[in-house]
Design a protein around this ligand. Structure first.
Ligand code: ADP
Length: 494
């Protein structure tokens, strides 16, 4: 019961599919377009038609008025009549009577040219004198003196609309009258309604089809990549992501390919690490158990030398475990630094002197060259780890002359420590990789040393935490120099 409820809840929470979303957006857009079409073509058709007519009528009257003013009446009347498809008459009013000055008659239903009485003429004249432009609408029987704009009801019969304007030229009034027809739009509106019903249905169907097609095309690369990502999650690093035809999908594909190659690298590094660690653990453990058994079973084997082997191997085991712990602490980002001023020169000197037994017993030479004592503000324990790891590596990988040189130079408030060996060096293409976790330069291990490949990664993490510059220069056959730079703590100079 609970499970079903959870499943339902899960379903409700999930976002809608691309196809549904695209269809909803399309349908929404289509509805807006249809709504505008309905409003323009059906609901407000009559209103818009009459507004346009009235606008044309007024423009026509103004055009003719202008031609009267410029004494080009006949031409102006002809031109306006053609342009606006209206009947026009210009009267000259003199002595209370109007005589036709110029006229264009293009419709038989025209009100001006079929004037049966002078009452309309008088009304248009008086109306135009008190208003700038006077407009009158004339129905079949009923006279409607409202302006066109104010008439809201649809008319089923054609009506005439007459517009007049008066202009005074040299003391004489000229009356410009323009006539046009307003046709009932009932059947037009019905036709448009039918058309719009079809258009609505077709558009909705088309938007459904188009959205299905588009969403199919858009979602295909993502669906493909999602199934490939599932294979990647199961450990198939050979999988290749292809964004197909979209830039965004292509970019995602590139990122996933990069992630896959990194995961594959990490996976093989981890496998290698496990192999290394197992090897590293097995060797000292075999020695410890072997020596312990010998010391227990064979009288006279309980010697200091045998004990030393067990002690050395135990130390080797614990240093491996410490390295692993240290690296995991440094990389999880929770490790805080304990910064304080200390003499870097002294620290390096002390580290070098710790190797004195190597110098005495195995013929190593470790020179420390420096000009003056320099102080840094850093985490002493960690910087010590850096110096220790780098010197340790130099000892492990130096040449047969067993020579290591540590240098310290101070310039512009920066202290540079360099650790140089005379070993085989590191191939140029491997130089950027040696700082990676678990990385070991193949075929370059000296004296059968089995490193964990963690030392330089620990060094890198510590130096990055300190914001220090660091690097390595190496020449095959003549050795390597590992270096890092720390700011000198001037104020606290010891
Ligand atoms: P490891 O425990 O293997 O020494 P590191 O992280 O300290 O691990 O070093 C990574 C790899 O870099 C080493 O395996 C080695 O191949 C190479 N390397 C480090 N220091 C030197 C050096 N001074 N000379 C030559 N190769 C070096």
């Amino acid at each position: 019961m609970t499970q079903t409820y959870d499943k339902v809840k899960e379903k409700i929470k999930r976002p809608r599919s691309l196809a549904t979303k695209i269809f909803v957006y399309f349908a929404f857009f289509t509805l807006i377009v249809l709504m505008l079409l309905w409003l323009m073509q059906v609901v407000f058709l009559d209103e818009i038609y009459r507004t346009v007519k009235l606008h044309d009528l007024k423009n026509c009257a103004q055009f003719v008025t202008h031609s009267v003013e410029t004494r080009n009446t006949a031409n102006g009347v002809m031109e306006a009549s053609k342009k606006y498809n209206s009947c026009i008459t210009v009267y000259k009013i003199a002595g209370g009577k109007g005589s036709v000055e110029s006229s264009s008659h293009i419709k038989t239903t025209c009100m001006i040219h079929n004037l049966s009485s002078t009452s309309l003429l008088n009304e248009m004249y008086e109306g135009a004198k008190s208003n700038d432009i006077y407009v009158k609408r004339i129905e079949l029987d009923v006279e409607d003196t409202d302006t066109l704009m104010s008439s809201g009801t649809e008319k089923d019969t054609p009506s005439a609309v007459v517009c007049s304007q008066v202009i005074n030229m040299g003391g004489t009034d000229y009356l410009v009258m323009v006539d046009d027809e307003i046709l009932p739009l009932t059947s037009t509106s019905r036709t448009l309604t039918y058309q719009l019903i079809y258009i609505t249905v077709i558009l909705l169907l088309a938007s459904a089809l188009i959205s299905v097609y588009i969403s199919g095309r858009l979602s295909k690369p993502f669906k493909d990549m999602s199934s490939k990502a599932a294979r990647l999650a199961e450990g198939d690093y050979e999988v290749s992501f292809d964004g197909q035809s979209f830039l965004e999908a292509e970019k995602l594909g590139e990122t996933l390919n990069y992630a896959a190659s990194e995961l594959s690298k990490l996976d093989s590094m981890q496998k290698e690490l496990i192999a290394n660690i197992s090897h590293d653990l097995r060797t000292p453990l075999t020695l410890i158990s072997g020596y312990s058994e010998v010391m227990r079973d064979i009288p006279g084997e309980m010697t200091a030398e045998n004990m030393q082997v067990i002690i050395d191997e135990t130390a080797r085991l614990s240093s491996l475990v410490n390295d692993l712990l240290e690296l995991s602490r440094l990389t999880d980002g929770k490790q805080l630094m304990d910064k304080a001023p200390f003499s870097l020169t002294e620290t390096v000197k002390e580290t070098v002197s710790r190797y004195s037994h190597l110098i005495q017993n195995d013929g190593y030479t470790i020179d420390f060259i420096y000009d003056r004592d320099a102080v840094v503000n850093a985490d002493k324990t960690r910087i010590l780890q850096v110096v220790y790891n780098l010197i340790n590596n130099a000892i492990n990988y130096t040449g047969d002359d067993k020579k290591i040189t540590v240098t310290q130079s101070v310039e512009n408030g920066k202290i540079k420590i360099g650790i140089t060996d005379t070993g085989e060096g590191i191939p140029a293409e491997q130089l950027p990789l040696i700082w990676e976790r678990y990385y070991k330069v193949k075929d370059f291990h000296k004296r059968g040393k089995v490193g964990t490949g963690l030392g330089l990664s620990i060094v890198k993490n510590i130096l990055v935490m300190h914001g220090a510059d660091f690097g390595v220069s190496s020449k095959l056959g003549s050795g390597s120099t590992f270096w890092f730079v720390l700011e000198e703590a001037k104020a606290e100079r010891l």
